[in-house]
Design a protein around this ligand. Structure first.
Ligand code: SF4
Length: 388
């Protein structure tokens, strides 16, 4: 039997959530401890498609509590350098956090526990939030967005927010032989490995506002007014991709899952509701192969960085186009290196983050884990015009 995935589109996103959820068979969740796991990984304004919309999460909560008397929790662990509570508040979650019938948890506040991944290809154990075992039913509620590292980020990748604090960085710094890699990146293999221990029970994908292009934080927002839901997270992720006009091959960790599970290889292996989703497709621009700010091509040398440094870099790049243009007029190019595994840089390369400290005498080092966007601006602004 094919997995079922429902799709609903409505200008009123609350109606879309109710419609999508009413079309799938949920188990009886009465008396369960249910976790709502949105993507609230960054301090970002509400409905900017960087984090999951609180409007979507509220509608999910409303639907569930109408149907099941249960204990409800909400939480996430953000990228390095971000405080969870601050990210939730900035993103418009205060009304939900203040409710008596929904308990907000800062996942980083309890000592972690270690999960063994017995069949992992590259990842054999992972530290997750100490709250993990408290939940009977986990609902992954990601926002649909493109991702420069992984193609797109959806309901499986959203489960990275269950990983304890800086343990997330580990996924970006793994190495394995070519035989294990088989043309996939270590990060993609690691995310696929995570599915053994962190698979959500239900996926509800927020495509109210999606992000195209330079995701996960510097892309463009696109209003889709769409919700995708399935008790098979892999099906939900593949359908979300199809709605964005993309294929499974563009998101390698989903392709790896297809090979391992020998199940879903394309949208044809899923029973969608409605049967024909073509009228609901909004083509999104995939992540670009190169980074251009006002025709200035930034050379990003990225070997094993995590999302936190990339977030600071993209915030800097998108908010300071004048500084970048001036720098290009002076030097004709800009090199930014990030991540532990970078090769020997040229002297004018900006080395972003403490992971690059071992090369600090070979380039222009910007400290921090991650550095703030203002410290990147300070370093690049200071060097602008210094070689006249
Ligand atoms: S220095 Fe940057 S890439 Fe390295 S762990 Fe810190 S945030 Fe991640």
């Amino acid at each position: 039997m094919k997995p079922v995935c429902s799709v609903a589109k409505d200008e009123d996103i609350s109606k879309a959530v109710f419609q999508a959820l009413s079309k799938i068979d949920l188990p009886d969740l009465t008396g369960k401890n249910i976790l709502l796991k949105p993507n609230v990984g960054r301090k970002a304004k509400k409905n900017t498609a960087i984090n999951t919309s609180p409007d979507v999460v509220k509608a999910v909560f409303d639907y569930l509590r109408l149907n099941y008397r249960a204990d409800y929790f909400i939480g996430d662990s953000p990228i390095t350098g971000v405080v969870s509570r601050e990210a939730f508040i900035e993103s418009g979650y205060s009304p939900l956090m203040n409710r008596k019938d929904l308990l907000y948890l800062d996942f980083d506040k309890r000592k972690p526990l270690t999960l063994k991944i017995t069949d992992g290809r590259i990842l054999h154990e992972i530290k997750v939030t100490g709250y993990f075992k408290d939940f009977d039913y986990i609902i992954s509620i990601p926002v649909l967005k493109m991702h420069m590292h992984t193609g797109a980020t959806l309901s499986l990748k959203n489960m990275k927010g269950m990983i304890y604090k800086k343990e997330k960085v580990k996924l970006h710094q793994l190495h394995c032989s070519d035989a294990v890699k088989k043309s996939f990146k270590e990060l993609d293999i690691a995310i696929a490995d995570l599915s053994d221990v962190l698979a959500p029970d239900l996926a509800i994908i927020d495509a109210y506002y999606a992000m195209e292009g330079m995701g996960p934080s510097a892309g463009d927002r696109v209003k889709m007014n769409t919700i995708i839901s399935s008790t098979d997270y892999h099906a939900a992720d593949v359908v979300a991709l199809a709605l964005a006009g993309m294929k499974i091959e563009q998101v390698p960790h989903l392709q790896l899952l297809s090979e391992r599970r020998k199940g879903i290889r394309s949208i044809d292996d899923i029973e969608t509701i409605p049967g024909n989703i073509t009228p609901l497709v909004t083509r999104l621009k995939p992540p670009p192969k190169e980074i251009k700010i006002n025709n200035c091509k930034v050379n990003l040398i990225d070997f094993g960085s995590c999302s936190a440094c990339l977030y600071s870099i993209f915030q800097f790049l998108t908010n300071n186009d004048k500084v970048i243009e001036n720098y290009f007029q002076e030097y004709g190019h800009m090199n930014i290196a990030v991540g532990k595994g970078i090769p020997d840089p040229s002297a004018e390369t900006f080395l972003v983050g403490n992971c690059t400290i071992h090369k600090k005498h070979q380039g222009i080092f910007i400290k921090g884990c991650p550095p703030t966007q203002s410290s990147i601006l300070e370093a690049i602004g200071t060097n602008e015009g210094s070689q006249s």
